[in-house]
Design a protein around this ligand. Sequence first.
Ligand code: ZN
Length: 110
Amino acid sequence: MKKQVITDDVIRQVYLKHSRIDYERKLKTSYLVKHGYYDYLKNRFDDSSSIAETIYRICYKIKKHPVCGVCGKPARFINIKKGFDTVCSNECKRETGIPEITLDYIKLSV
Ligand SMILES: [Zn+2]
């Protein structure tokens, strides 16, 4: 089997469809290992919290982990669909005055 050289462009070709990340089934470790992406993704960024974050950052060319708009710590990664939050934690979310979406909140607003 010919071993393909993996680059960011290869990853973008695999995951980006019509400028959106198409990730179904492709986040499984078995898929990543089988196609030889796993080690590349694992070692791509030293400030990434997960494989999903790494794929997201490669696709959207985000070189540095974004920081929290309130305290400056690394912003939290929500998921591969939504990307990064603007803050690092619920504590900082409260500081921004944007209500958290909790069950209580949903009940109150009905
Ligand atoms: Zn924060």
